[in-house]
Design a protein around this ligand. Structure first.
Ligand SMILES: Nc1ncnc2c1ncn2[C@@H]1O[C@H](COP(=O)(O)OP(=O)(O)OP(=O)(O)O)[C@@H](O)[C@H]1O
Ligand SMILES: [Mg+2]
Length: 175
């Protein structure tokens, strides 16, 4: 996971410099591993960081952090942009939903699909995603990814059939 977060930093470096925006990655060295499809989770990060870039002014900052919280890894993408009204906090995760200005126009270009994808992708990993935001103070998008269940000593099985752990999905790896 630390690598995925650092990749966001390098991927957005040119845009950050061109737009005078900062991208900070704060990740502890002892982060636990999670079993994920890295290409999907990196698209989640990309959507969240891309949104943050759209909504911060020049001079603004985006901060990516990750930490262990209970039995999950908690990843957050924080910006100090314009923020999101409370009544929109759940709706923006629905397909084609964008916050509109008083004339009914979306505040920025987009299709309103990015967060719907993020929600589907995180839920497919048995995690949750939400936003904490106040208008004028910025937004923090947070998602969780459950830590792998602790290994229990294997018991001989009467049927000879082996059970497959839930997140032992082909494209997932511990990272
Ligand atoms: N960091 C943010 N700050 C303020 N508003 C945000 C932020 N991220 C998302 N939003 C609001 O949530 C809406 C939905 O975001 P979403 O990523 O789904 O769509 P989009 O960015 O408009 O289009 P797309 O991602 O499909 O190109 C946005 O249109 C915007 O109104
Ligand atoms: Mg988007």
């Amino acid at each position: 996971m630390p690598k995925l977060l650092q990749q966001q930093k390098s991927g957005y470096q040119i845009q950050a410099e061109a737009e005078d925006k900062g991208l900070v990655v704060e990740v502890p060295t002892d982060l636990p591993l999670v079993s994920i499809d890295a290409s999907i989770i990196s698209r989640v990060l990309d959507n969240l960081v891309g949104n943050a870039f759209k909504y911060i002014p020049p001079g603004g900052t985006i901060t990516l952090t990750a930490c262990k919280a209970d039995q999950a890894l908690r990843v957050s993408v924080q910006d100090n942009g314009e923020g999101i009204p409370a009544e929109q906090h759940q709706r923006i995760f629905e397909k084609y939903t964008q916050v509109k200005d008083e004339t009914g126009q979306p505040l920025r270009m987009g299709t309103g699909l990015g967060l719907a994808f993020c929600q589907m992708a995180v839920q497919a990993h048995d995690g949750t995603i939400w936003v904490e935001s106040q208008v004028g103070q910025g937004s923090t998008f947070i998602f969780t990814l459950p830590l792998p269940a602790r290994k229990v000593p294997s018991q001989p099985q009467a049927t000879g059939r082996r059970s497959t752990p839930r997140n032992n999905t082909p494209d997932r790896h511990l990272i």
